[in-house]
Design a protein around this ligand. Sequence first.
Ligand code: DGJ
Length: 728
Amino acid sequence: MGIICKNHVFTLQTKHTAYQMKEEGGFLFHNYYGPVIGDMDMSYLVRPLDRGFSGQPQEIVDRGFSLDTRLLEYPSYGTGDYRDYCLHAAYEDGSQVTDLRFVSYEIKEGKYALEGLPAMYQGEEKAETLEITLEDKYKNLQVVLYYGVFENLDVITRACKIVNKGEYKVRLLRAYSMALDFDHKELDFLHFYGRHAMERKMERSSLQHGFQGVESRRGYSSHQQNPFAVLCKPDATEEYGWCYGASFVYSGNFSIQAEVSQADTTRLTVGIQDTQFEFHLEPGECFTAPEVILSFSDKGLGQLSRNYHKAIRNNVCRGKYKTARRPVLINNWEATYFDFTPEKLVAIAKDAKELGIEMLVMDDGWFGKRDSDFSGLGDWFVNEKKLKGGLKNLVEEVNKTGMKFGIWFEPEMISEDSDLYRAHPDWALTIPGRPFSRARHQLVLDFSREDVRTYIFDRMCEILESANIEYVKWDANRHLTDVWSAQLPADRQGEVFHRYILGLYDFLEKLTQRFPDILIEGCSGGGGRFDAGMMYYHPQIWCSDDTDAIERLEIQYGTSFGYPVSTVGSHVSVCPNHQTGRSVSMKTRGIVAMAGTFGYELDITKLSEDDKEMVKVQVEEFKKYYDLIQNGDYYRLTDDGSKSPYVAWEFAAEDQSEALLNVVVLRAKANPMLHTVLVKGLKPDAIYRVEGTEEEYLGSALMNGGYPVPVLWDDYQSIQVHFVEFLH
Ligand code: DGJ
């Protein structure tokens, strides 16, 4: 296992997978990615064939050889491979051709890190690094390819560094992180599209000739597309078949494209989308392309997802709350919106405490002139007219009830109606002399600028140090337009998008170092920046502004393909729901929110006694099941309800000693059909008892015969069943 190099055949082997490439004649070819193959050189699969209009490098006479048809590790633009490419550079003489050839390799213990960028880290795992250096010797441009091998996780990471070793400036017009070539096109593409309040809907279609892909040009990874995608064989299901995942560890513009070529090969490319991308490298400078987490499973989509769940939970997420139990919180947004007083917040805290909730989060509206979304962003000073008595006093009052206190910020944004904008209009991303675009009535601060970041950072620190604040919700409610920075010269404006994200990461790194005990929850109008990059800085992200439990079934289903439940911010809200008007039982709302970090977002002082009783039970149950839910193996047992009449999912302990089955039946029917759900991840020979009953089942019976779903009265009813191994 690990990294094997034999005659310049590089095999990266994990427990169940192998990734192979080969250096030959100076070219770095891709050989194979799939189940283990020992150290067999898979290049026997290459069959030379003369394809018209697919030419040869100058030194090669054989018309059967062409870069246009071979599988390549890191294709560059301009030397006869006409498929999608990773690297496009422009040189001082106006030429735009890069010819990358193998120079050297190095195998290192442990996992590489990327300066200024999020990436998987070794943690408790065994990991190794392979570095392969390629070079265009005519322009002295080097590319160092990084491969991280996580044996037990079945994960291989990729990233690269482009170094200008020459004497002249190089302009990078594209600098993708990786390409992955397949010698066939029999693959389906799964991606996760959406919109505000309906993120990450799974869509699957078979590859056709030409391009199929997803991308963001919004400056954020976005609600609309997600930087995680899967290629799988057409027969792959949850339980069966070959699947390849690619998760881009980056929160800005991205591109994930699959291209099927003339020869029916497929190329997957992943990198920073290159609209308005132009990065300059002076002699000696380098550019680091962000990491991609690759995983392969021949046991279907469910196993692929579980690989990502583990990798992100344990080797991307960091800090105290990676492992510490996160408090059950109540957020006041849907309870009060902007209209709250300290008395109201304390009243919510008191009632919440009685029901077992542990933290109150004060959302938007506590600072500057912020009684609506027209004003105030940037003025991170407590509005003492609204918070009479001040923040410290409020936090103390909340703490006295026995509750922790959390607070909302939107650090990257600025309102025109703010003192900050009046003092520094050039701090917003706008282009002088041009009208700009607003969204949610606000502008975006130029986070590529250090002075801007430092000012906001200092303001945030002052607030966070002024009281016993134990949680921050980091929101960001619009995408970028008018991307131009007053601090960069005209010819470097193509760097602003990426520098914005680097600035964001720098800010978050400093914040987490300064406040290691504060739990940060990311948010971008819900799940508009739900990506592995952000998860490196905060272990949970508000999954969607849609809190309707039935809509959440779809959102959380799609999200579960690439991300663990420990990252999914999910709350019980009031009915009729504020986004859809739908009413769903408290029980179902609780079960759905438990497939996430769990909390409440409603005016608890107005709940009926029955509902309060239910909240108490839910909170107790969530705490009891916390470990099973957050660290257990997650199984999707149905689709998102598009075809299935019910939606079911399950958490199973890694040692198979218990499992928590969740089923939400969508529409009640007269004269109904009877449903049986197959349980997963149990020991076939063990007896399981349904907790709180005398019902007993053999593991293999539950997994092969199934568990009978009772007939439930009314729409959107649910069951939650806890199976515990029973030792007679
Ligand atoms: C969008 C978030 O997703 C909401 O939860 C809330 O925090 C609002 N912003 C506040 O403006």
